[in-house]
Design a protein around this ligand. Structure first.
Ligand code: PLP
Length: 382
């Protein structure tokens, strides 16, 4: 162990792997048995740590992993040589030959990719597994749905590609059920227009976490791609998702580094955005935007100290955040502080924390910086 790793922690994240496992089991239990579970673990498993998270998810029954890029696929290969992996992002041309080294399934959106990847696979004397992605209104990856049957045929003609799945992605499943239904309809129509397609032999998937709210279990859908919900964050207030009772895996912590008195009228922290209305006791916390406390939470957010909500005063700075503890008796240097999570019956949720910074939980989780160690908990009896 290095000297630094034996030092007390100033700001850290706790990742509860037992809760992660329970979440996956709860989500699975809410779905019909035939639904395959694609665990989405891009961006270092939404900041939770890819190796630790992937190992636990595989143990809990994930069928396939989805990652954004080849570096993430390579990291996954290090820990689980035989685990099936789907690459969600398009490949750069120079990456084509590497994809064969990692034995991952590739997402295809265009004829150019079919030609390129078929050539790369032929040159390597191998067959490459692919999933056809259909753009049903997201306007990002995938072939536009009206052109999907032609691309499907092109893949079938490619001698060194093997089609293993067809999928789409919802653009607004968290707030627009009508458009989501339209996307489902476009997707199903596109599938039907693919000549001789054997749907039962393919992985047919559309639903992300929010999509589960309106999932169609009767149609050809036989897999889901779950990211946020497995980490215990409910992407919107739908009743079905709430029933799953997933719980947050991530919590965010720091310590009080200094307590001091300041007179009324003091302008706290950079920018003179906050002038104290009364004589105040403030606590200086050992975390700032250099750790992932968003600067946009300045003068807006709260933290928990001694089980009480304490408002952020002035600007969040790189290494420090200042909070008002005038109404919290006995605050001392060294006190534990919860930025996201529970403390003595009070709680700050990731969604609330994200709202202070006008952002979404996905961005908050992937904005916790490298300076912040992740501590892994592995038992339920906490
Ligand atoms: C990130 C991602 C998901 C997972 O989305 P969540 O809303 O986090 O569940 C699913 N599918 C694709 C294509 C993605 O990029």
């Amino acid at each position: 162990m290095s000297t630094a790793s034996r030092l007390p922690l100033r700001c850290w994240a706790e990742i509860d792997l037992a809760v992660l496992e329970r979440n996956l089991r709860l989500i699975r239990a809410s779905l019909p048995d035939h639904m395959r579970y694609v665990a989405v673990i891009k961006a270092d498993a939404y900041g939770h740590g890819l190796p630790q998270t992937a190992a636990r998810l595989m143990h809990a029954g994930a069928d396939l992993f989805a990652v954004a890029n080849l570096a993430e696929a390579a990291a996954l290969r290090e820990i689980g040589p035989g685990w099936p992996v789907l690459l969600l992002s398009p490949l750069l041309p120079e990456e084509d030959r590497h994809v064969l080294d990692y034995d991952v399934a590739v997402t295809i959106s265009s004829e150019a990719e079919v030609t390129r990847l078929d050539n790369a696979a032929r040159a390597a004397g191998r067959t490459l597994t692919v999933h056809l992605k259909i753009d049903t209104g997201m306007g990002r990856l995938g072939v536009w749905y009206e052109k999907a049957p032609a691309l499907y045929l092109k893949i079938r003609e490619a001698t060194h590609l093997r089609l293993a799945g067809v999928f789409t992605h919802f653009s607004s499943s968290d707030d627009d059920a009508v458009f989501t239904a339209e996307q489902r309809r476009r997707f199903l129509n596109a599938l039907q227009a693919c000549p001789d397609i054997d749907l039962a032999a393919l992985l047919i998937h559309a639903d992300n976490s929010a999509g589960l709210e309106t999932i169609e279990v009767a149609g050809p859908f036989n897999a889901v791609r779950v990211g946020l919900l497995q980490f215990g964050i409910i992407p919107h207030a739908g009743s079905l998702l709430a029933q799953v009772q997933a719980e947050p895996v991530f919590s965010f912590h720091t310590r009080v580094a200094l307590v001091k008195q300041l007179p009324a009228g003091t302008a706290v922290s950079y920018g003179r955005t906050c002038s104290l209305k009364r004589d105040s006791t403030v606590a200086i916390l050992a975390a700032g935007y250099g750790d992932g406390v968003p600067r946009a939470a300045s003068n807006r957010g709260h933290v928990l100290i001694r089980g009480k909500r304490c408002p952020i005063l002035g600007r969040v700075t790189m290494d420090q955040t200042i909070v008002d503890v005038t109404d919290v008796p006995g605050v001392e240097t060294g006190d534990p502080v919860v930025l996201v999570g529970h403390q003595q019956g009070e709680q700050i949720g990731l969604t609330e924390f994200s709202r202070w910074a006008d952002t979404i939980p996905w961005e908050t989780l992937t904005s916790v910086t490298k300076r912040v160690p992740r501590l892994y908990r592995t038992s339920l009896g906490l």
